[in-house]
Design a protein around this ligand. Structure first.
Ligand code: ASP
Length: 330
């Protein structure tokens, strides 16, 4: 290059590069955002019908777009998480809201939680039977009560008080879940290739705030009154601005026993682990194979989507242009 430009030209070029560097450094940098969502671990994409595949993919894509739209314009991660999950709850392809699995009584009992990484405020509902969007009720528990978790008829009554949209049990029923129930699926001990379909979302907004949320109908044929990890803060959901935001999916009993979502945070906080390292440890060393997966984003916007099952429906996007939607395996 020296020969071609000559020494003067070369110095000019260096000077120009330095100048343009200085001018871009002077421009205020727009902070980035990051977003990830899941539609449940355990599924084997090869077993999905083309319609089911397309339907799931389209819903995940739309979920990403809802979140991106909020985060792109500087909206709050908490709003992105709630709105994305509402969309997934309304879609019949996933086991949350409409499309929820049946319990052993032939009914639907829904669980959800949400957490704000700014101050660890959080809200959750368990075993609700009449709430169209449990994630929004969980947020109201966080903002409108001094409690963290409301369960059963009390949670449904709170929904009424809050004028949250209520529906009959039939609203949640889909032919897909009815067929599974009628086959009398046993409560899964270790899921291999079932379409579990719990939904979750984690987000980092341009202000550096992290949030996480999870919503589910639980596991097919679960015992009436059974509560999984999804509404248990620290097990299925966790967010702390100093570390990361996490939403889990899988066999809830294992995630509760090991406080998986909190453990990802704790490994980063106390062991100085990276997000990747913390997630790898909990999914592949703490948990047994075929028990579930999780999505997580850290305070710098790194995203991890990982699972120890056959597959996990997942999607991610960020302000650098990352955009991906995947069903099934790695
Ligand atoms: N974790 C959920 C539960 O145990 C189920 C799932 O993620 O598929 O209720």
């Amino acid at each position: 290059m020296m020969t071609f430009l000559g020494r003067a030209g070369f110095l000019l070029l260096i000077g120009f590069a330095a100048l343009s560097d200085a001018s871009s450094a002077a421009e205020p940098q727009k902070a980035g955002y990051a977003l990830a969502l899941h539609g449940g671990a355990g599924d084997n994409a090869a077993k999905l019908s083309p319609e089911e595949r397309q339907g799931r993919e389209a819903t995940l894509r739309k979920g990403l777009e809802i979140g991106i739209e909020i985060l792109e314009r500087g909206g709050a991660s908490l709003d992105a998480v709630e709105q994305v999950i509402r969309h997934l709850e309304d879609d019949p392809h996933f086991n949350a809201g409409r499309g929820a699995v049946f319990n052993a009584d032939g009914g639907h009992e829904l669980d959800a939680s949400i957490m704000d990484g700014r101050d660890k405020s959080c809200g959750a509902v368990a075993g609700v039977r009449m709430v169209k969007n449990p994630i929004s009720l969980a947020r109201l528990v966080m903002t409108e009560t001094r409690h963290v978790l409301l369960a059963g008829p009390g949670a449904d009554r709170f929904a009424k008080e809050m004028n949250v949209e209520q529906v009959e049990q039939d609203y949640f029923t889909t032919p897909f879940q009815l067929e599974r129930f009628q086959r009398k699926a046993k409560p899964p001990a270790k899921e291999q290739d079932k379409h579990m379909g719990t939904v979750g979302c984690v987000a980092l907004d341009r202000r550096g705030n992290l949030a996480a949320g999870t919503s589910t109908g639980g596991v097919t044929n679960k015992k009436f009154g059974r509560v999984g990890d999804s509404p248990i803060v620290g097990a299925g959901t966790y967010a702390d601005n100093n570390t990361c935001a996490v939403s889990c999916t899988g066999v809830g009993e294992y995630f509760i026993r090991h406080a998986i979502a909190h453990d990802v945070h704790a490994r980063m906080a106390y062991l100085d682990a990276s997000l990747e390292g913390a997630v790898r440890h909990v999914l592949h060393e703490t948990l047994e194979p075929n028990t579930g997966g999780l999505i997580a984003v850290d305070k710098s916007g790194r995203i991890v989507l990982d699972f120890n099952t056959v597959g996990m429906s997942r999607a991610a996007a960020d302000s650098t242009g990352r955009y991906e939607v995947q069903l099934g395996g790695k």
